[in-house]
Design a protein around this ligand. Structure first.
Ligand SMILES: Cc1cc2nc3c(=O)[nH]c(=O)nc-3n(C[C@H](O)[C@H](O)[C@H](O)COP(=O)(O)OP(=O)(O)OC[C@H]3O[C@@H](n4cnc5c(N)ncnc54)[C@H](O)[C@@H]3O)c2cc1C
Length: 614
């Protein structure tokens, strides 16, 4: 495949988290309908590779035949699929982030391979792209691009997964300053059993005089530091493969480091700055996980639709039953919303990176970090949407869904990991609210001002709704109410707990749920609006897109209302509680939407198409 730099069509740079306090326009957002010809070409290449080359090897992959996985990674490399993020001078294609999301989405037809591939191109390669010295990049990136080498990332330990900044592994610099000796053990390392190059994190004493060290300089501090360790290095051993619930064909192993000596040249980044590597790489991992979850959901749903059309009960196809149609519609709406939200997120990142030099890796990370909230939302929401879809698909297959011979069973098991790795969904929910609160406190995002304006508005009494028309007028009203309810609940909670809100995890998570729903609702509505505004002709079905957005907005609003109620019940009591509940009811007031009729319309379209289609 020729080198290509895909243009970005999301023109406006919008601050991370700004969706909560300002209204985006459809043309400011990037959705699948905005894919360029190059994007479409890479989507097709990836999907064909997944269908024709990966899927037929499913049994061998699941049997942990890692030679097959390695061969497929090399074949994917020959198509350019492993080099999207790698700079051209090191044999990569250096394309936009939308392209990397497209690859993650379309390769995700076989869960185990998808995880191995994603770990290789993401957490296994990105640390070297961003933090490697020119010599490290020259040594490893061309081999990672061709798939000659496979990468892995070893942060977690048996006693520190979420608490990743506190590993027990230690690295000690030799007296002659020529090598580090690392001791410790890593746990659950993807590609652990067959990778060639591992980014390994350990605590290491920060050198004297370094600002990252202790203020007095008398007592050395130990801080997280990253190292590159090659397979075969003396003192580096790989433990037994874990037997897992799902993604059984991916390799997950502990690593054991016993007086493992590595040259100082293999220090990655700076001593004591490993947390930058860990966090920044995870932001990318999260939006890519969101994309992969959407690809996985689309794949599982495809099996569900085909089965629903074929299976007969009571003399008809089960796809004609309302309760099966309801599941079909919910899955389709989930995928539509997921595509809208994930591609909007990467579109925002690409727009922010448009003016950044490709060599300025620090600025690239800073820009991506600005969208930490959107990246975490992609991870949390898409992993939970995937679980909803695979559960529906098992139910559609029913008895056949419960046995191994049919695809629903593996899809169900494979999906579950996504809520655990790349930061558990609990940790990501805390990040979502915590990051926004921090941005508000630091003045980076005028959230406090928005909360104050809203509080003044609600105290002043009911506000007439905006005059809107169009097929999504009610949904825009719902979205406006959703934003107000979220700010209202966040405002009430911050008023009560102030900085101590971080200790109120259930409240933080309920606020995160509201923030998540606002972003997904808005993405869905804007995507449907953008589709509606297209010239008639071939392309997405406008009525179906509008119906999907309306269905999603109705369900999102229910979650927002319930979460707001939960927060307010926790933070207020007595008369204050009664006043706040009155305000809540006023803000949440809306007419019910006939989601049954909308669901039938959506399901009818999907069943006729025989696959997920807008
Ligand atoms: C198949 C698989 C592949 C993996 N691949 C990799 C890899 O390639 N590299 C790597 O480094 N790691 C990898 N991991 C590890 C993974 O990232 C961790 O399992 C994950 O971060 C959670 O850590 P833990 O399992 O120690 O759970 P814990 O951190 O012990 O958490 C247990 C529970 O407590 C919750 N919890 C923890 N802390 C908090 C808190 N502060 N507030 C609220 N709730 C909290 C968690 O959400 C979770 O529900 C992998 C794991 C698996 C299963």
């Amino acid at each position: 495949m020729a080198t290509m730099t895909a243009p970005v069509s999301a023109p406006k740079k919008i601050a991370g988290g700004a969706f909560l306090i300002s209204d985006a326009k459809p043309n400011e957002c990037f959705f699948p309908e905005d894919f360029t010809d190059e994007h479409k070409q890479i989507a097709q290449t990836t999907a064909e590779f997944a269908t024709n080359e990966i899927a037929p090897m499913g049994d061998a992959i699941e049997a942990k035949d890692f030679a097959v996985t390695r061969r497929l990674i090399r074949e994917a490399s020959a198509l350019g699929l492993t080099s999207v993020d790698i700079p051209e001078e090191y044999g990569g294609l250096e394309m936009d982030k939308v392209t990397s999301a497209i690859v993650a989405d379309n390769i995700a037809k076989q869960g185990s391979f998808s995880v191995a591939f994603s770990a290789h191109v993401g957490i296994g390669t990105l640390p070297i792209i961003w933090y490697g010295t020119p010599a490290q990049k020259k040594k490893y990136l061309p081999k990672l691009a061709t798939g000659e080498y496979v990468g892995a990332y070893a942060l977690s330990e048996s006693t520190s997964g979420s608490d990743a900044m506190n590993p027990r592994s230690r690295a000690v610099l030799s007296e002659d300053g020529k090598h580090y000796t690392i001791n410790g053990e890593k746990m659950w390392i993807t590609n652990g059993g067959f990778a060639d190059i591992y980014t390994v994190f350990a605590k290491c004493a920060v050198p004297d005089g370094d600002k990252a060290g202790s203020a007095s300089g008398q007592e050395k501090q130990e801080k997280l530091t990253a190292f590159l360790i090659e397979r075969g290095t003396p003192g580096f051993a790989v433990g037994k493969e874990e037997h897992k619930l799902g993604i059984r064909g991916s390799s997950t192993c502990p690593l054991i480091l016993t007086d493992c000596k590595i040259p100082v040249e293999n220090l990655l980044g700076e001593v004591g700055k490993g947390h930058h590597i860990a966090f920044n790489v995870l932001n990318v991992g999260r939006y890519k996980l969101g994309s992969a979850a959407i690809g996985g959901a689309r794949e599982a749903f495809g099996h569900g639709i085909r089965y629903a059309k074929d299976r007969k009960a009571f003399g008809k196809s089960i796809s004609e039953f309302g309760l099966i149609q309801e599941k079909i519609a919910e899955c389709a709406v989930g995928i539509f919303a997921g595509e809208a939200m994930c591609y909007r997120t990467v579109g925002l990142i690409d727009a922010a990176l448009a003016d950044v030099s490709k060599d300025d890796t620090k600025e690239i990370q800073k820009q991506i970090e600005n969208y930490a909230v959107e990246c975490s939302i992609s991870k949390v929401w898409a992993s939970e949407m995937l679980d909803m879809v695979v559960d529906h698909v098992v139910q559609i297959f029913a008895g056949y869904g419960y046995v191994e011979e049919y695809p629903a069973e593996r899809a169900y098991r494979d999906a579950r990991i996504n809520r655990i790795f790349e930061g558990t969904n609990e940790i990501n929910r805390l990040i979502i609210t915590g990051w926004l609160m921090k941005s508000a406190m630091s003045g980076k995002l005028p959230l406090m001002q928005a909360i104050k304006t809203l509080m003044d508005e609600v105290m002043a009494g009911p506000v007439p709704k905006e005059d809107r028309d169009g097929p999504l007028a009610e949904e825009y009203d719902l979205l406006a109410s959703a934003k107000k309810l979220t700010l209202f609940a966040a405002g009430s909670a911050t008023q009560k707990y102030m900085a101590a809100i971080a200790d109120e995890q259930e409240v933080m998570a309920a606020i995160a749920d509201m923030i998540i729903q606002v972003f997904v609702m808005e993405s869905c509505i804007l995507r449907a609006e953008k589709i509606s505004a297209r010239k008639s002709g071939s392309g997405p079905n406008k009525d179906v897109a509008v119906a999907m957005a309306r269905m999603y907005a109705a369900s999102g609003m229910q979650i927002i209302e319930a979460s707001a109620r939960k927060v307010i019940a926790a933070v207020a009591e007595g008369d204050t509680l009664r006043v706040q509940l009155t305000i809540l009811r006023r803000l949440a007031k809306h007419d019910p939407v006939d989601t049954i009729a909308l669901g039938r319309l959506v399901a009818g379209h999907i069943v006729r198409a025989g696959k997920y289609a807008v």
